[in-house]
Ligand binder design. Structure first.
Ligand code: NAG
Length: 391
C-alpha cells in the first residue's frame, strides 16, 4: 500500500516537473511588472527558451503590466518546439510616447511560426497620443500595428484583448490555418486606421465569437484571402466588415470563399461591404456568403463600392478591374441610418454577376428604405425589402 502511494506521488511529481520544465515565465528572464521597466529582452529570452524546447512549451506572462518598448519579433525560424503557448495573465503595454514605436511597422510580430497559441492577456497600444497628433497636424508618424502574424501556420489566438492600437490591432498576413476566437478590440470610434482584425494573403482563417469596437473596419479582408470564416461577431463603433479595398494594384491576388455569419453591427458606418478602387486590376471577389446579420442604425448596411478613388487621382478610366461574382446576402435585417440601405455600385467595365438577395429586411426609421444599383446582375428570393434593383 505504502509503496503504491509512493509510486503515485512519484508519477505526480514527474508530471509536475516536466510541466514546469517547459514553462518559461518572462519574469525569470528579466521582465519586470509595474509598467516602468522595458521588458522586451525578457520576453524575447523566454521565447527563445520555449522555442528551443524539444516538446510543447509555454511562455508565461503573469499578471501585472509589462512595458514592451521595442518592436519585438518572435521568430519561429530556429524553433524546435512545434507547439508553443503564450499564456498571458497580465498586460503588455506600449510606451506612452507614440514616437518610440511610431515608425516601426509593428509592435509585436510572430514571424514564420508553426503551432503557436496565444491565450488570454491584454495588449495596450497606448495609441491616443498618435491619434491626437494625426487629428491636429501633419508630420505625425504612421504608427505601429499592435500584433502581426506573418508567414505562419497553425496559429490560435484565444481570449486576447487589444486596446488603443496606434494603427491596426491584429494583422494576419501570409498565414495558413489561423483561428482567432474570443477576441476583444477596443478603441475610440474616432481613432484613425485602427482596424480590428485585418486578414490578407492567408488561407483558412477563422474568426469566432469576438467583440470589435474601433475607429476603422472591425474586420478588413485584403487581397489573397481564401477560405475565411467569420461567425458570431459584434461590430461597433467602427466601419463594419469589409472585403477591400481591393484593386489598387494591377496584379493582385483574388479573394474567394468567404463566409460571414451571425454578426451584429451597432451604429457603424457600414455593415457588409465590398470595396475596390476604380483602377485597372486583375483581382476578383467570388463565392461570398453573408448570412444572418443584424443592423442597428447602420449607415450603409449592404454596400458594394467599386468606385473608390480618393481625390480622383490615379483612376484613368474610372472603372474597377476587380470582378465580383457569386455574392449572397441571406437573412439580413434591421435598421439603416440612411435612406439607401442597399447600395450596389459595381464597375461599369466588369458588372457584378450573380448577386443574390434572400430574405433581406431593412428599414429606415419610420420611412421605407431604398436600394440603389449600378451594373449589378443577380436574383432575389423570399421577401426583399427595400425591393431590389438588380438587373
Ligand atoms: C471554404 O472555406 C471553408 C472554411 O472557411 C472550408 O471549410 C471549405 O472547405 C472551403 N470550400 C472550398 C470549396 O474550398
Amino acid at each position: 500500500m505504502a509503496l503504491q502511494v509512493l509510486f503515485i506521488i512519484f508519477l505526480y511529481n514527474t508530471a509536475l516537473c516536466s510541466a514546469a520544465r517547459d514553462t518559461y515565465s518572462v519574469v525569470n528572464f528579466g521582465a519586470t511588472p509595474g509598467g516602468k521597466t522595458d521588458s522586451s529582452e525578457g520576453f524575447l529570452a523566454a521565447w527563445t527558451a520555449a522555442c528551443g524546447s524539444d516538446s510543447p512549451s509555454t511562455v508565461y506572462v503573469p499578471s501585472g503590466r509589462f512595458l514592451v518598448s521595442s518592436p519585438t519579433v518572435f521568430s519561429g525560424k530556429d524553433c524546435k518546439s512545434t507547439a508553443i503557448t503564450f499564456r498571458i495573465d497580465g498586460s503588455l503595454v506600449a510606451p506612452s510616447d507614440y514616437r518610440v514605436l511610431g515608425n516601426a511597422d509593428t509592435w509585436l510580430t510572430f514571424e514564420s511560426v508553426t503551432g503557436v497559441t496565444i491565450s488570454g492577456g491584454v495588449l495596450d497600444g497606448q495609441g491616443a497620443g498618435l491619434w491626437a497628433c494625426k487629428a491636429s497636424r501633419g508630420g505625425c508618424p504612421g504608427g505601429a500595428v499592435t500584433l502581426r502574424f506573418t508567414n505562419s501556420k497553425n496559429v490560435v489566438v484565444s481570449g486576447l484583448t487589444s486596446v488603443n492600437s496606434q494603427l491596426y490591432h491584429i494583422v494576419v498576413d501570409g498565414c495558413n490555418n489561423a483561428q482567432l476566437q474570443g477576441i476583444k478590440v477596443s478603441a475610440s470610434g474616432q481613432s484613425p486606421n485602427t482596424d480590428g482584425i485585418h486578414v490578407q494573403g492567408s488561407t483558412g482563417v477563422t474568426i469566432l465569437s469576438s467583440q470589435l469596437a474601433t475607429g476603422d473596419d472591425c474586420i478588413s479582408i485584403g487581397a489573397g484571402s481564401a477560405n475565411l470564416w467569420i461567425e458570431n461577431v459584434a461590430c461597433g463603433p467602427g466601419h463594419g466588415i469589409s472585403i477591400g479595398s481591393l484593386g489598387k494594384q494591377f496584379n493582385e491576388a483574388g479573394v474567394h470563399n468567404v463566409t460571414v455569419k451571425t454578426v451584429t453591427f451597432t451604429g457603424t458606418e457600414n455593415g457588409l461591404r465590398i470595396k475596390s478602387w476604380a483602377r485597372p486590376s486583375n483581382g476578383y471577389v467570388r463565392n461570398v456568403l453573408f448570412q444572418h446579420a443584424t443592423m442597428i442604425d447602420v449607415q450603409n448596411p449592404i454596400i458594394i463600392n467599386q468606385n473608390y478613388c480618393p481625390d480622383n487621382k490615379g483612376c484613368p478610366d474610372k472603372a474597377s478591374g476587380v470582378r465580383i461574382s457569386d455574392v449572397t446576402y441571406q437573412d439580413i435585417h434591421g435598421s439603416s441610418a440612411t435612406e439607401v440601405a442597399v447600395n450596389l455600385d459595381c464597375s461599369p467595365k466588369n458588372p457584378c454577376t450573380n448577386i443574390v438577395l434572400e430574405d433581406v429586411n431593412l428599414n429606415h426609421r419610420r420611412w421605407p428604405a431604398r436600394s440603389s444599383c449600378a451594373h449589378a446582375d443577380g436574383s432575389t428570393y423570399g421577401v426583399v425589402q427595400p425591393s431590389d434593383c438588380l438587373n
